[in-house]
Design a protein around this ligand. Sequence first.
Ligand code: GKR
Ligand code: MG
Length: 424
Amino acid sequence: MKITEIVLTPVAFRDPPLLNSAGVHEPWALRTIVEVHTDEGISGLGETYGDIAHIERLRQVVPSLIGLDAFALGPMHQRVAAALHGVTGFDTHGLTGKFSAPGTVDRVYSPFEVACLDIQGKAVGRPVVDLLGGAVRTEIPYSAYLFYKWAGHPSAKLGDEEPDQWGAALDPAGVVAQAKQLIDQYGFKSIKLKGGVFAPDQEVEAIKALREAFPGTPLRLDPNAAWHPETGIKVARELDGIVEYLEDPSPEIEGMAEVARSAPMPLATNMCVVSFEHLAPAVEQDAVQVILSDHHYWGGLTRSAKLAAICETFGIGLSMHSNSHLGISLAAMTHLAAATPNLTYACDTHYPWNAADDVVVPGVLSFKDGSLTVPSGPGLGVELDRDVLARLAENYRTCGIVKRDDTGYMQKFNPEYEKRRPRW
Ligand code: GKR
Ligand code: MG
């Protein structure tokens, strides 16, 4: 089954002003929708980042994939590596760690692999989860992903914003209210708070307020490496018995190892271990006890299964990371989580923040009690809504954003703002 054509469609969709240690989300989030077509008339879908530099790298490899068998994933990875000739990508927010040349290959390869698995599933009439070894669970729990946020996007200056459907969350009461809203709507049974926005004491207070409002619900805090190791150690001690894990308190493997030596709870990361070459030093230093896998940068679903095996070997726990995304990614994440026995934490997802603009035909991806049922149709089990795709592609052409820049957007309203990691 030969690949005959690959279509890349950059899209932009509405994103609320979510705050993090790099700044604040812009009004539009970017993704690229990948469609792989074959000579047997079967097509597959993938979804990946939408920054211009990433799109250029996707474009660079497409010609070398034409003519390849849609089942030839090993050769496909090799062709992507050859086409990129050691190119190292980069992002400016740094929220998913440092890019290396092998990590860049995995990021670029991922959406093509997912699309080919979609094709393979359709060809044999089985869901992708079956190609990954079969479902060890059919309901996949996701966590309520809370963000500090402004009431809405400012039109000219901070303070003049028209509130969006979630309103502001800038203190512990706002964070608890946001959790209630997400839990009422989706039924989530775990909570993650994105931190690194306010001084650590205030974020600890917010976590304690969540503990009081939701007794027994697993909690996590993720400041995206905003703290010096000594601050990380202090916070870890204060949150003993309150969070199930503390995510990326401090930068780099060495910083995480320093915190881990004194932290009473496991430390998790999606920043210092983001590629296979980071695993050996992290294991040697016992820097992280949980890895947030993410098929968008670990090289697709089959290479994420390899990561899971390595984590199992070294007794490292597994959770799942997310960035702003649409339903093709959510379907792929759900199939992967269903097939990964040691993925025992509820997965992260930004989906509730962006669901209104999904490119996938509604119905299949609907949360019940905080979980998604693994789609049962062949392949990923989701279908593109062509009208929405056309609308989001037009958004991309007109929105004026070609790369995610949380820091630059924050500086528009607060010119003094500097991205500092660690800050406290
Ligand atoms: O969307 O602002 C965000 C997050 O901070 C995201 O970019 C991170 O990569 O969700 C992420 C995380 O867990 O670090
Ligand atoms: Mg994180």
